[in-house]
Design a protein around this ligand. Structure first.
Ligand code: SF4
Length: 692
């Protein structure tokens, strides 16, 4: 039996893997603080993909785009990639190669991928799919606290709270075992939909605030106004531990509840009630505010998260035991994935790529001259949109990512990928993006290799190998090693052993904000709760900011976010708003979970959730096939009616591909700070599928 962690979301539930009489692995829950002995159906069924008939076990290659992919051997595949990369580099320079990583990669892989891009390829063009899910909260947390660790306290702390406000998060569906921690007598859920979490809140006598999509920032400011005028702000905390309240209040002062109701659609009486519930719990040091993707995936995402943090600071929540603010990370290693250098503007340990001291430290660790390290590159969507254009990369290497389904404005992303001279995908199934590639490299899955991840509370976890990969499959670290050597790097610079990579990651991050220098296989195996920073003496930091925040001077900073409308307004041609989200049975683009029969059977097709009156006006009723169209494309989905839905809003899950892909609709406008696309608001129209 091997004890490890689930391959999917950031809760990283612990599980035991055992080999059954048929030689296949089965999963069952293992005791652990975050999942409290639970797994969702994705976790229970996760071993199925290890032996799926869809599993790739041989490299695939095509030298002619019009020809199908054909099986080949590793040397031929890697030699082909190397020759193409060297040829393109000689013609166009090092930035002609780009790398796209993933929040699904272990810490060791994320670290080595950044090193591979910057040393072996010499390119500045690296970013990852986490840009699409956590970058706004990361930017806001850095501004407010001087440091971004999603939830800066153990998740179990929430269990004793009186009131928890969840904004733009639906854990009852996306990470059900987390609901075991949300036992607060009062849950306040902010979501345009009556989600499973909103229903749970109402069942317990809590609140569901349902703002018009794209007005979350206005709602947070309206709540700050209500909290302040109703006497709930913690003046001593504001004076002793923060700066900037007066400027933040100036921005909130005009957001009377009636004005907020007019903009957001949330009744003023609900604002008063929510403010009082939060204020009373905050006074007892027993309130938390948690945010998720619903707050972030907007052109105002960073400002919106800042507005929720302002509310938390005004109530005196962050940096105190029994209360706090946190952001619920989505992807399995969404936290670690953004710390170790696969972001366009970062080096390992959250070091900044333009900081001379940070560059010098990483150059020393890597045994190169600081001048050899490239500077910052393009953010994820900007990188994808530049592919094949004048001055843009002509080769792209993808690791654990499926941007044809996950990126906004899918048709444009597909056309940019088609314009490349070389597209390479390292994956274990033929995802929609891998199917477009010139070379596909079959890599190992989570249970077939060891490594570490960092969960949503900043705790570093060990995943142990439970079984050998199928013959013909290599690990991502082996792929990076063999490519780097072919590109002229010393082999020792790109170790294939995860523990060696972890030790180097520790040296690279030593003294940095996300310090892993005290994380070792030994202290992980002993079961220590290693919340970073874990300095070389091995002492972890379960609760950040208890005495001081990470800014010079130790104070948290209020921001002054201004409300702005979404990038795209509804009009007579596109009169409805489409918003997107996740389902319990699927993970991210569905490339894995759509291949697991139990999950595919439970949620086999895309649907559009709509108010029955809105459906009727379009000539539709429950069960009909509909077309949802935006200025960028169309989705075919089955109608599900819900009388609690906002009549102006449609909801679509984003786990489906092709004609059912929600990102055919979405807008690629970016948050100016985080460069996060506006997934949550697109202007659309609805019509029956048989209409022209
Ligand atoms: Fe736990 Fe998330 Fe895996 Fe479900 S998908 S078992 S909630 S880690």
């Amino acid at each position: 039996m091997t004890t490890t962690h689930c391959p999917y979301c950031a809760l990283q539930c612990a599980m035991h893997l055992e080999t059954g009489p048929d030689g296949r692995l089965t999963a069952r829950p293992a005791p652990f603080s975050t999942n409290r002995g639970g797994l969702c159906r994705k976790g229970w069924t996760s071993p199925a993909l290890l032996t799926s008939p869809d599993r790739l076990t041989r490299p695939l290659l095509r030298t002619d785009r019009s020809a199908p992919l054909k099986e080949t051997d590793w040397d031929t595949a890697l030699d082909h990639i190397t020759q193409r990369l060297l040829h393109l580099r000689a013609q166009h320079g090092p930035d002609t190669a780009a790398v796209f990583g993933s929040g699904a990669l272990t810490n060791e892989k994320a670290y080595m991928l950044g090193k591979f891009a910057r040393l072996a390829l010499g390119t500045s063009q690296i970013d990852y799919n986490g840009r699409f899910c956590m970058s706004s909260a990361a930017a806001a947390a850095n501004t407010a606290f001087g440091l971004d660790r999603g939830i800066p306290f153990p998740l179990a702390d929430i269990g004793s709270a009186r009131t928890v406000l969840l904004a733009g998060a639906n854990p009852a569906e996306t990470m059900p075992p987390m609901m075991g921690h949300l036992s607060a007598p009062t849950l306040i859920v902010v979501d345009p939909r009556r989600s499973a979490t909103a229903r749970a809140a109402l069942d317990r006598g809590g609140l569901h605030l349902a703002p018009r999509p794209g007005t979350d920032l206005a709602l947070a400011r309206g709540l700050l106004h209500a909290v302040h005028v109703r006497g709930h702000t913690d003046r001593d905390y504001i004076d002793e531990r923060t700066t900037g309240f007066e400027a933040a209040w100036e921005h909130a002062a005009t957001w009377w509840p009636e004005h907020t109701e007019h903009v957001t659609g949330v009744p003023a009486a609900q604002l008063h009630e929510a403010a009082d519930l939060l204020g009373q719990a905050a006074r007892r040091r027993s309130a938390y505010i948690l945010t998720g993707r619903g707050t972030e995936q907007h052109t105002t995402g960073t400002d919106t998260v800042s507005a929720w943090i302002n509310l938390a600071l005004a109530l005196g929540l962050p940096g105190r035991e029994g209360s706090g603010y946190g952001c619920i990370t989505g992807q399995g290693n969404g936290q670690g994935g953004r710390e170790h250098g696969q972001k366009a503007d970062q080096l390992p340990g959250y070091r900044h790529i333009t900081d001379p001291d940070d560059r010098a430290h990483i150059a020393r660790t890597w045994g190169v001259d600081p001048a050899d390290l490239p500077g910052p590159g393009r953010s994820a969507y900007e990188l994808l949109d530049s592919l094949g254009r004048s001055g843009g990369p002509r080769a792209l290497l993808l690791f654990g990512s499926n941007p044809v389904v996950s990126a906004p404005h899918s048709s444009r992303v597909r056309s940019r990928l088609r314009s490349l001279d070389l597209l390479v995908s390292a994956d274990f199934v033929l995802s929609e993006t891998a199917a477009m590639a010139d070379v596909v490299l079959p890599v190992a899955q989570w249970a077939e290799e060891s490594g570490t991840t960092t969960n949503l509370e900043g705790r570093v976890l060990r995943r142990d190998r439970a079984t050998a990969p199928p013959p013909g499959v290599r690990t991502d670290l082996e792929v990076l090693h063999h490519l780097a050597v072919r590109l002229g790097q010393p082999g020792t610079r790109f170790p294939t052993d995860p523990d060696t990579a972890l030790a180097e990651l520790g040296r690279a991050s030593a003294g940095a904000r996300a310090d892993y220098s005290g994380v070792t296989p030994q202290n992980l195996a002993s079961g220590q709760a290693l919340h970073w920073p874990v300095r070389a003496d091995g002492r972890p930091t379960p609760r950040l900011f208890l005495n001081r925040f990470a800014h010079p001077g130790g104070r948290a900073r209020f921001a002054s976010p201004a409300h702005r409308p979404p990038a795209e307004a509804t009009d007579t041609r596109f009169p409805l708003i489409a918003t997107t989200g996740r389902l319990m049975g699927h993970y991210q683009t569905g490339a894995q979970t759509r291949r697991i029969p139990e999950l595919a059977d439970a949620e086999p097709e895309a649907y559009v959730e709509v108010h029955p009156d809105t459906a009727a006006r379009a000539g539709l009723s429950a069960g009909d096939w509909a077309l949802v169209t935006s200025r960028r494309g169309t989705v075919r989905a089955r109608i599900r009616t819900d009388p609690t839905a906002r009549p102006d809003t449609l909801f679509l899950p984003f786990h489906y591909a092709g004609a059912q892909a929600a990102n055919n609709l979405t807008h690629p406008a970016l948050d100016p700070t985080s460069r996060m696309p506006e997934f949550k608001v697109s202007a659309v129209r609805l019509r029956p599928a048989h209409d022209p």
